[in-house]
Design a protein around this ligand. Structure first.
Ligand SMILES: NC(=O)c1ccc[n+]([C@@H]2O[C@H](COP(=O)([O-])OP(=O)(O)OC[C@H]3O[C@@H](n4cnc5c(N)ncnc54)[C@H](O)[C@@H]3O)[C@@H](O)[C@H]2O)c1
Length: 259
């Protein structure tokens, strides 16, 4: 595709895009962003009830809802298969589904570790695996994995979640190299703290609203990011404008990692 050939509004016109963890937060913003850009969407999430609300709250021409668990191989595969069945293929996969348990190592059990590694680790691996299986037989595609500032640098109180986000960063780098010649680009975003329901719920956890405000102040811009701001970076990385970009994890963090 020649640069500029598609208008910004239609730059994903006719393309099939899977978003995992699509029902809330960053995933929901990604669905909205890709829909505005003309994409045909598969929205996958474990929370079927929240997923079913999507078409009512987001203007989207074509959407297929898949209630499934990305940590389960059949679940992750069913999201990719939905794109193939309905749209004839998969052009873009946004591997976003994740859980965000925050605790230091002394308060982290083996079960806590296994839980976060199952979703943020294995789930991301499975989403990439089945997406690449599809894309490799169809001439290419683009994947964006959702890492985190915690997947690029150390933080306090993230003894299991932080290492799980390094899985996303690792998948981006290794799969980008493995699949570059096949026309599959694999990139990531590393959000700082983003104003999603999960983050706002931190006000009810130990530390309360003061803890939440202190996190905002840790970002040089002095505020949380918005889900749309992460979605915009995903759209760029998945678009033809990023045709020579692969293996990159782009911070969307108000300057956090520059400190
Ligand atoms: N919010 C932040 O500050 C922030 C910062 C950095 C990275 N992230 C990452 O962004 C991604 C989305 O986070 P968010 O803040 O939007 O969270 P969220 O909790 O608002 O949304 C996550 C969505 O994923 C779904 N989900 C959870 N487990 C699933 C599973 N096993 N299978 C399918 N769907 C599942 C949930 O039902 C939910 O709809 C996560 O990977 C998270 O690690 C978030």
């Amino acid at each position: 595709m020649v640069s500029g050939e598609r208008s910004a509004a239609g730059r994903f016109a006719g393309r099939s895009v899977l978003v995992t963890g699509a029902a809330k937060g960053i995933g929901r913003a990604a669905v909205a962003g890709f829909a505005r850009a003309g994409a045909r969407i598969v929205a996958g999430d474990i929370d079927g009830e929240a997923l079913r609300e999507l078409p009512a709250v987001i203007p989207v021409a074509e959407i297929e809802l898949v209630t499934a668990d990305v940590s389960d191989p059949d679940g992750a595969r069913s999201m990719v298969e939905a794109a193939v069945r309905r749209y004839g293929g998969l052009d873009v996969a946004i591997a976003n589904a994740g859980i965000i348990p925050l605790a230091g190592i002394l308060d982290t059990s083996v079960q806590d570790w296994n839980d976060v590694m199952a979703v943020d680790g294995r789930g991301m691996f499975l989403t990439c695996k089945y997406a690449i299986e599809q894309m490799s037989g169809a001439g290419g595609g683009a994947i964006v994995c959702v890492s985190s500032i915690s997947g690029l640098a150390g933080q306090k109180g993230q003894a299991a979640y932080g290492p799980a986000k390094f899985v996303a960063t690792g998948l981006v780098m290794h799969l980008a190299v493995e699949w570059a010649a096949a026309g599959i680009r694999v990139n990531g975003v590393a959000p700082g703290t983003i104003r999603t329901d999960r983050v706002q719920a931190l006000a009810d956890e130990p530390g309360g609203p003061e803890y939440l405000e202190s996190i905002a102040r840790m970002h040089p811009m002095g505020r949380f990011g918005e889900p749309d701001e992460v979605a915009d970076a995903m759209l760029f990385l998945a678009s033809d404008e990023a045709a020579f970009i692969t293996g990159t994890v782009l911070p969307v963090d108000g300057g956090y990692l520059a400190q």
